[in-house]
Ligand binder design. Structure first.
Ligand SMILES: [Fe+2]
Length: 431
């Protein structure tokens, strides 16, 4: 039987490589000194039952003064990797150390963390050695989403954990120094799947959507233990950041699913969210993916209603922004187009238009990170992504000028292997 999530460029690579002084076509901007790290599933000892469940492998490229100094790919040495999956301990408690750490890699308070929503973060070195699980000095009581948000104003890290047992949803905040200073339960009526959430300068917005824990699916063990539920009311939950233990106000919306939010911001009396919205998700089984497009949700805090508008008709995923503008009114965001012919789309949210860089047939980008060219948030920068070439069965790291998106890549860094399709990552500049 063909297993789509283990074939083509979804298939895992089998070796951990280290290569130095990589060949480059074009010119790497000389001001870029740091690491590009991207995480994704790469099943290790046995085939994974779902794309989301493979052991995490981070692929990293070091850039320095116009040179592509090195490439490494390394599995994250979680306890699941080294000892096998454990699930719950002898008392039935969830083992929050066990996990695959396969979804994102971020930096907060000097730590580089590999994340998956079902476990504690795992700290890595930039050379991609695993330091170990990170539980915020023993204070952390839940798993951690793979999509924490760093507030560019306060430096705080806002995040949540969700579980299939109560409490289903818990909100956390760590200060800029990495101290966990808020943890509170968010009441939801069922164990819904929360992959991402939204942060503005004044609010946190949870997305409580109709993909629910499903015991039959869990017992079948053939994928993710969640299914679409026609009877569950989709809702957005608004928490004021200045009252983190206060009431959460819920707003009903039309049924849908969202894995990823682009950004959100406050306006007088309103909160505006931009998200990649699916009409539904996992109706038949958890391998049944639909297609996402860019939508805007405007929460009217006065009338208690939400206006829902589709903004773009091109199917895309992995939305990102210049993260220095997280929670603020960003003009630009971008997302990746996969399928048979790859592209990166740049959304101009103020003008309501989009443009694209078309890579063409058989050339499929991953998530792209915005890489700042200077100290000016929202100013010049680059889009950086791994690009798979089906003809050569290899991958490159490509750097595009975000301001001249249709132009050929400024630099194409040729890697010694392919980088399997994966999830999320970041450019981590030195200093
Ligand atoms: Fe994600």
């Amino acid at each position: 039987m063909t297993v789509p999530h283990l074939t083509g460029n979804y298939a895992p690579v089998t070796e951990e490589l280290t290569a130095y002084e990589l060949p480059v076509t074009g010119t790497i901007p000389a001001e870029l000194t740091g690491w590009y790290l991207r995480n994704g599933p790469n099943p290790h000892a046995a085939a994974s039952k779902h794309w989301f469940l493979g052991d995490g492998m981070v692929h990293g490229v070091r850039l320095e003064g116009g040179r592509a100094v090195s490439y490494r790919n390394r599995w994250v040495r979680t306890t699941t990797f080294t000892e096998g999956a454990r699930g719950r301990d002898s008392r039935g408690n969830r083992d929050l150390v066990a996990g695959v750490a396969n979804t994102h890699v971020i930096r907060h308070a000097g730590r580089t963390l590999a994340l998956v929503e079902s476990s504690y973060p795992y700290e890595l070195t930039c050379d991609l050695d695993t330091v170990g699980p990170h539980d915020f000095d023993g204070k952390l009581t839940t798993a951690v989403t793979a999509h924490p948000k760093t507030c560019p104003i306060t430096g705080e890290l806002h995040f949540f954990g969700y579980d299939v047992f109560e409490p289903y949803l818990t909100y956390h905040r760590a200060d800029a120094a990495g101290n966990l200073d808020v943890s509170r339960t968010v009441e939801v009526p069922a164990a819904t799947m929360h992959h991402d959430f939204n942060l503005t300068a004044q609010h946190v917005v949870f997305m409580d959507l109709p993909v629910c824990f499903d015991l039959e699916s869990a017992q079948a063990g053939t994928g993710m233990p969640f299914r679409w539920n026609d009877d569950y009311q989709a809702r957005l939950g608004v928490l004021r950041r200045d009252d983190p233990y206060g009431e959460i106000r819920w707003f009903p919306i039309d049924p849908c699913y969202v894995f990823h939010a682009l950004n959100a911001h406050d306006e007088p009396g309103r909160i505006v969210l931009h998200v990649m919205r699916y009409p539904s998700m996992w109706r038949a089984d958890s391998h049944d993916f639909k297609q996402a497009t860019l939508w805007r949700w405007t929460i009217d805090l006065v009338t208690g209603t939400v206006r829902e508008e589709q903004l773009d008709d091109r199917v895309a995923e992995f939305p990102r922004i210049d993260d220095r503008l997280a929670g603020l009114d960003t003009r630009f965001g971008h997302a990746s187009v996969s399928g048979s012919s790859g592209a990166l789309i740049l959304y101009d949210l103020h003008k309501g238009v989009s443009s694209a860089h078309e890579f063409g047939p058989g050339r499929i980008p991953a998530e792209a990170s915005f890489v700042a060219a200077d100290e000016n948030p929202g100013g010049d920068g680059y889009l950086m992504t791994y690009l798979y070439n089906a003809d050569s069965d290899r991958s490159d790291l490509v750097i595009l000028d975000a301001g001249e998106l249709a132009a050929p890549p400024m630099a194409t860094i040729h890697l010694p292997s392919r980088v399997p399709y994966g999830f999320h990552g970041n450019w981590l500049a030195d200093g």
